[in-house]
Design a protein around this ligand. Structure first.
Ligand code: ATP
Length: 219
């Protein structure tokens, strides 16, 4: 059943404002339910990635920012970056080249899961779920762009985030892979009940995300 918007479930951006050298870049208030996506669109340099940095807790001190960010009523701004549990996917899947594909995933499993065997089994199950059974011992550099994107997605999901931030993660993929990867990301976020903030230039990404679209940098 859908959460009522009168409860505190979901993601709330409460008068978030970000400025650079006194010039306002981003001004946004929004509210989405868990499993839904807020898409942020705008021209290059309009502050889309900067907004994700504010949400994730890694905003460069060159910027000034204010406003509340709440996930299920938890005040994220009051928390250090590592306690926010914001999962992030960038354009580049950023796999560790010196680790196997399975270890790239296992590294994100919380420390509360003990035992190498159990962690490996969880990583293998995540690979199988992503259509990558049998790739656990592979070198990440031998994977295709779409396969790498799926590994990065499974890694971020296994880290048990409370929020998913997407910084154009589909833009480097071929058209057919882009479509397939989008479907996978949004359907997994919905199943996991994660609120998602997607930054993109691509209207098709926004269409696939299916939620509210906020435009920045429009005068
Ligand atoms: N660390 C920084 N210090 C100073 N200015 C920065 C810093 N990082 C980004 N900027 C500037 O802030 C503005 C917003 O950058 P941001 O990367 O958020 O834009 P964007 O909308 O994500 O752009 P793109 O679509 O090209 O990725 C730009 O003018 C950029 O040059």
């Amino acid at each position: 059943m859908m959460n009522s918007m009168t409860d505190n479930q979901g993601l709330v951006l409460d008068h978030v404002r970000i400025a650079l050298e006194g010039r306002e870049l981003v001004s946004i208030s929004a509210r989405i339910r868990c499993g839904e996506t807020l898409t942020v669109m705008g021209p290059s340099g309009s502050g889309k990635s900067t907004l994700l940095a504010y949400l994730g807790g890694f905003l460069d001190p060159a910027f000034t920012a204010s406003g509340g960010v709440y996930v299920d009523g938890i005040d994220l701004i009051a928390l250090e970056a590592e306690k926010r549990h914001a999962g992030i996917l960038f354009q580049d899947p950023l796999l560790f080249p010196h680790l196997s594909v399975a270890d790239n995933i296992a590294i994100a499993i919380p420390d509360t899961v003990r035992g190498r065997k159990q962690r490996r089994a969880m990583a293998e199950a995540a690979l199988e779920d992503a259509g990558l059974a049998g790739f656990g011992n592979s070198d990440p550099d031998t994977l295709s762009g779409g396969q790498k994107a799926r590994v990065a997605l499974q890694r971020v999901l296994l880290s048990q985030p409370r929020l998913l931030l997407l910084d154009e993660p589909f833009s480097k993929l071929d058209a057919h892979l882009r479509d397939q990867t989008r479907q996978m990301v949004f359907s997994k976020a919905r199943c996991a009940g994660l609120p998602v903030v997607l930054v993109t230039h691509d209207e098709a990404d926004a269409g696939a995300a299916g939620g509210e679209v906020h435009r920045v940098g429009q005068s």
